[in-house]
Ligand binder design. Structure first.
Ligand SMILES: Cc1cc2nc3c(=O)[nH]c(=O)nc-3n(C[C@H](O)[C@H](O)[C@H](O)COP(=O)(O)O)c2cc1C
Ligand code: SF4
Length: 438
């Protein structure tokens, strides 16, 4: 299949400006600036059915059209924070296909009538930022950024901003706070960024992968994009595979591919041909799915995954084989969320602390069955009571695995009738370790 987002896999050296230009690079940007109105660009993106790849899957064109109703955007901000454990797609895009990403950001800026765009990157991405900065300087030098672009009245510049590496700064309102130089904590919504975003001005926030789709949508048209993928989930999705698969990595595949195809046809199956026990589809914040035939044959698109009570999120798929102990995995995810809770609201701040405490006790073999019920109770009390989705993310894997894999937790309880299990061995690969929230 031809790649849309990971085009560097088809076109060698596409990270070099001349190679990108020779392959149609910046023609879409030139076309929108010289011959289209911002509303026309928004209509094409709307008609393409493109949905946000940052997690929530909100229709991109619809998001952009919120702005035109009131007043144009002042800023477009790209969310390249990529802090979800098990997610590593945006980094590959920025490193290997940087100009297509930047062109998408620039087209979005024109559509939103913004003259300044920011790319917010997590602090750990500084080596990527150094290279990307050079690419932006090249674009200024070659007249693709700056004043009066292509002889029109439109001006645009792009700036990079490095955060300090906090998961919460991927949440769009916390990201905007951080970009303003404040503590990265979420804002109460509404108002949404389209009304009051960066410096209280209308702002579009989109994910890196989302924007990288845009140049090809403009040059090839909405119908072409709709022809890839399935109804309500147009185009491709970069799936980040980690955990127990032979070939972990990014796979750009059309929506509608089955989980079984992703694991066995693309990611090389499970090491030692072990059975898959559980799957998390959207990183550490996922519902934990028991890997029945029904789940393995599930199509990976927004509607089909929602039909199974889960969410595709940013498609950071973590595969766990039959040896994995879910009580240990929950210890790892809870340690991550306790560390990353920004502390602004009590249920999340206290709940993540106590969930971790109980899971530590259980995993040491010092807990009882009553502790497992307590864990369920604490997680249930955090649910639906937090200011931002991070609190929900923290309890989702715990509550779902308690429901589906209760035996794993019982196996640790002193009075559980079974010997406490030792913690599972640490995964060998670095990626798997990250996926487990270590
Ligand atoms: C705790 C938390 C972390 C998030 N992290 C990211 C992230 O790293 N990258 C991202 O694009 N979106 C992230 N999001 C979603 C953003 O808030 C936002 O929905 C997204 O950037 C919008 O872009 P899109 O419409 O193109 O998907 C996160 C949300 C939450 C609640
Ligand atoms: S839910 Fe957690 S991360 Fe979100 S605002 Fe509250 S304390 Fe901060």
């Amino acid at each position: 299949m031809e790649h849309i987002v990971l085009r560097h896999r088809d076109i060698p050296d596409i990270d070099q400006l001349d190679v990108y230009l020779a392959n149609g690079g910046f023609e879409a940007f030139k076309k929108v600036v010289t011959s289209m109105k911002p509303e026309e660009v928004i209509d094409v993106v709307k008609a393409s059915g493109l949905r946000g790849r940052g997690g929530a899957g909100f229709p991109t064109g619809v998001k952009w059209s919120f702005l035109t109703k009131n007043r144009p955007a002042y800023y477009v901000v790209c969310n390249s924070d990529e802090s979800e454990p098990g997610t590593f797609k945006d980094r590959e895009i920025m490193e290997k296909n940087p100009f297509q990403f930047l062109e998408g950001l620039m087209i979005a800026s024109f559509a939103a009538r913004a003259n300044i765009a920011y790319n917010y990157m997590r602090g750990e991405f500084w080596p990527v930022a150094v290279e990307l900065d050079k690419k932006i300087a090249e674009l200024r030098q070659r007249g693709f950024l700056g004043k009066n672009l292509f002889g029109t009245s439109y001006s645009l510049d792009v700036h990079l901003h490095l955060g300090a590496g906090a998961y919460i700064c991927g949440e769009e309102s916390a990201l905007l706070e951080s970009l303003e130089g404040k503590l990265g904590q979420p804002r109460l919504k509404p108002p949404f960024p389209a009304d009051k975003g960066l410096y209280q001005m209308p702002t579009v926030v989109n994910n890196t992968e989302t924007l990288t789709n845009v140049p090809l949508i403009i040059s090839r048209g909405a119908d072409w994009y709709q022809s890839v993928g399935v109804k309500n989930s147009a185009g491709t999705k970069v799936m980040c595979l980690s955990g127990h698969v032979n070939k972990p990595g990014n796979y750009e595949l059309p929506f509608g591919v089955t989980l079984r195809e992703v694991i066995y046809d693309h990611a090389g199956g499970v090491p030692g041909d072990k059975k898959v026990k559980a799957v998390m589809l959207s990183g550490a914040s996922s519902v934990v799915l028991k890997a029945s035939d029904d789940i393995l044959d599930m199509k990976l698109d927004y509607d089909s995954v929602a039909g199974k009570g889960a969410a595709l999120g940013s498609a950071s798929i973590i595969i766990m084989d039959e040896t994995v102990d879910l009580a240990w995995v929950m210890l790892k995810t809870s340690r991550f969320f306790k560390h990353e809770s920004c502390g602004k609201c009590t249920p999340c701040r206290e709940g993540t602390y106590w969930m971790l405490h109980i899971l530590e006790r259980l995993n040491k073999g010092e807990g009882t069955k009553a502790d497992i019920d307590l864990l369920n109770s604490v997680a249930s009390q955090v649910q639906n009571k937090c200011l931002c989705p991070l609190g929900e993310f923290a309890v989702t894997p715990v509550l779902s695995s308690l429901k589906t894999f209760r035996a794993d937790f019982d196996g640790h309880a002193k009075d559980g009738g079974a010997k406490p299990k030792p913690a599972a061995a640490k995964p060998a690969s670095k990626k798997a370790e990250v996926a487990a929230g270590d």
